[in-house]
Design a protein around this ligand. Structure first.
Ligand SMILES: [Zn+2]
Length: 332
């Protein structure tokens, strides 16, 4: 049986969700959580088609070729609705039309995108729909952060998490499926490494003419990481090159730096580990051999704290100082 054939990796989701749909034992609400560009919408679309498709004899789920599947997979089916809810009125409107009959399918499916943007009032209004949905309604709630949803919503849905993809997987996918992306290998690799395991982001960036900007960001993050790992004087000099008002720029560098350190820690433990920033263990060889796992972990932890502080609105200057203090701990 081919389940969600066009979805790359995410094997856990293919297995649980695919089997549930195949056995008609699916739940009426799913939360799909994952970083941007990791396939949340693709999964919801495929699942919607799989639930509705009546042509499963071939053993494919969904068949992908019947008119209904085609409509759904092209976001063209009136009974499969992509909705963005930010305000309470939108959630109420959804509720008001919940019991309207379907137009052409046996099921009505709501795919709610960017659910982390719903305010509390909107979430409470949506909750009413989740509490007593008609039998033929299924919700897919897509979010980068399930923690941003009310516990009462989370407890009424099954939570599925998408995986970040390794650089190798993304590279192979783009070269095989996107002949229109003609970016040369070196640039494409850099774009992929800066994508943080997000296929969607990598394709957007490779398509646009923004790979030079990405190369710059990437080298800045590498500089930041080695400054923090090597010595305090370098780190002070480097961190002072950030303008303290450039919060987003600092956050972006820290996030990339966490990818770098995450790769290094994984490679320390297992040379064959999947990487997100480096294209392979060989690329990172020199830097891995220079630092202990303990040192890498210390800097990683310091950056996690810093990123958290920045997210909760601490001043950028204070955060930069706290990174310095925490990473100044001795040891290599
Ligand atoms: Zn079909």
């Amino acid at each position: 049986m081919k389940i969600f054939d066009s979805l790359i990796e995410n094997n856990d989701i293919k297995k649980t969700l695919g089997a549930a749909i195949y056995n008609s034992a699916f739940s009426h609400a799913y939360i799909i959580e994952g970083a941007p560009g990791t396939g949340k919408r693709t999964i919801a679309r495929l699942a919607a088609a799989a639930i509705i498709c009546k042509n499963r004899d071939s053993g494919n789920l969904p068949c992908g070729v019947c008119p209904t599947c085609k409509k759904i997979l092209n976001d063209n089916c009136v009974d499969v609705r992509l909705v963005e809810i930010t305000k309470v009125e939108q959630a109420r409107e959804l509720k008001a039309r919940l019991y309207d009959s379907t137009v052409e399918c046996d099921y009505k499916i709501y795919i709610i995108t960017d659910a982390q943007k719903m305010n509390i009032k909107a979430q409470n209004a949506l909750l009413i729909s989740l509490e007593e949905p008609p039998k033929n309604v299924v919700f897919f709630i897509l979010t980068t952060d399930a923690g941003a949803l009310l516990e009462t919503i989370r407890s009424r849905a099954q939570i599925l998490r998408t995986n970040r993809l390794s650089s190798r997987t993304i590279y192979d996918y783009i070269r095989k499926n996107r002949p229109d992306i003609k970016t040369d290998d070196e640039k494409l690799q850099s774009v992929i490494m800066a994508s943080g395991g997000s296929l969607g982001y990598a394709m957007d960036m490779a398509d646009a003419k923004s790979s030079d900007m990405i190369l710059q960001k990437r080298s800045k993050a590498l500089e930041l990481t080695s400054a923090l790992l090597t010595n305090d004087a370098d780190a002070v000099a480097f961190l002072s090159s950030f303008s303290t008002s450039a919060r987003d720029e600092i956050k972006e560098s820290i996030a990339l730096s966490l990818d770098i350190l995450g790769d290094l820690m994984a490679l320390k433990r297992d040379r064959g580990a999947a990487t997100y920033f480096f294209s392979s263990a060989d690329d990172a060889e020199e830097i891995i051999s220079r630092y202990s796992l303990l040192k890498l972990t210390q800097v990683y932890d310091a950056l996690c704290v810093a990123l958290n502080d920045l997210n909760s609105n601490a001043s950028s200057g204070a955060v930069l100082i706290s990174i310095l203090i925490s990473s100044a701990r001795k040891g290599k």
